[in-house]
Design a protein. Structure first.
Lengths: 181, 140
């Protein structure tokens, strides 16, 4: 069964067909959400909400479009909302507990033993707009054009954000020079 | 390192360069050890990041999503009357609230006195008007 056939089934009221659709795309959505938010409890909620939003709008989905592009766009937008929500609650915490919370974000990558943790922490330290291009282009392997389409920005912007993100990542991972990078 | 060279180098990872640009980059790379090092660093960084698997959802994720959709659909069906009532009257309630506050503000500005009476544009009553005339007669 192709994606389009499943979508047609779901549009016809067969909700159980949607389980198959979710199974097919959950790993890609997980990569986007975890890449954007890091390994946290909220990531799964954001992933779930991504598929629920897609389901709600399935009636408007055009048959010729790639559902993964839409799913990824929803996942990125919801992750950006979550990052904003975290920022707001962090600001509240700073008011309550001084500067203690800021130190979490500026954690030195040298304290992590696992390579994956080091890389994820470095990605987490990027500004959200740079993080999204790194996740889509460098982790998920979307082309530059697809990345631009998902984020609804020009290709030139994707390229400049990628360049700045790489510079920043190199700086963050400097302590691992020769070892990791 | 000059910005133009670096920009070209970075672009080579994300876009197909024209034959002219490719030749230019090859020449730059063979001429500059610094650019070659930058190329190596970028290549290693991108390899590291692309190998990174950020995470995956817990087992039975798809089933949980479908269940959640069913729960939400059931909830929406349970309260259709209440929801349609809210949907129908919400704009009217909002408009009435705005109108009420606008009228109160207008009345307060007009009367130049802050009181419940002036906010509701009640006519000002003198003491004589307020007292019942029959009581006044009895008192006399």
């Amino acid at each position: 069964m192709t994606d389009q056939e499943i979508i047609r089934e779901v549009k016809g009221g067969n909700i159980d067909a949607y389980t198959e659709f979710v199974k097919r795309h959950e790993s890609r959505v997980a990569a986007t959400v975890y890449g954007m938010l890091g390994n946290c409890a909220e990531a799964e909620d954001v992933g779930q909400e991504t598929f629920i939003r897609f389901y709600k709008n399935i009636g408007n989905f055009r048959g010729d479009a790639d559902p993964l592009t839409y799913l990824t766009r929803i996942a990125i937008n919801l992750s950006l909302n979550e990052i904003k929500r975290r920022k707001r609650s962090r600001l509240t915490s700073i008011h309550k507990a001084g500067d203690e919370v800021l130190q979490i974000e500026d954690t030195d990558v040298r304290q992590f033993d696992d390579t994956g943790e080091v890389v994820q922490n470095a990605i987490n330290r990027l500004n959200a707009k740079y993080r999204s291009v790194v996740v889509l282009r460098m982790i998920e392997g979307h082309t530059t054009v697809q990345t631009a389409e998902i984020l609804q920005i020009p290709v030139g912007t994707v390229l400049s954000r990628l360049a700045r993100a790489q510079d920043k990542l190199k700086k963050i991972l400097q302590p691992y020079q020769g070892e990791l990078i | 390192m000059k910005g133009k060279k670096k920009k070209l180098l970075y672009r080579s990872f994300d876009e197909a360069l024209t034959p002219k640009e490719k030749k230019q980059l090859d020449e730059l790379l063979s001429a500059s050890a610094e650019l070659r090092e930058e190329h190596e660093n970028t290549l290693r960084l991108r390899q590291r990041v692309s190998e990174h698997a950020p995470g995956h959802f817990k087992p039975f994720f798809a089933e949980r999503v479908t269940n959640e959709i069913k729960i939400r659909q059931r909830k929406a069906l349970q309260d259709p009357f209440y929801e349609s009532l809210v949907r129908a009257f919400k704009p009217a309630i909002v408009a009435a609230t705005i109108l009420f506050f606008a009228l109160v503000s207008y009345n307060l500005i007009k009367s130049e006195r802050i009181s419940v009476g002036s906010a509701l544009a009640e006519p000002e009553v003198s003491l004589d008007q307020a007292l019942d005339p029959t009581i006044i007669l009895t008192m006399e």
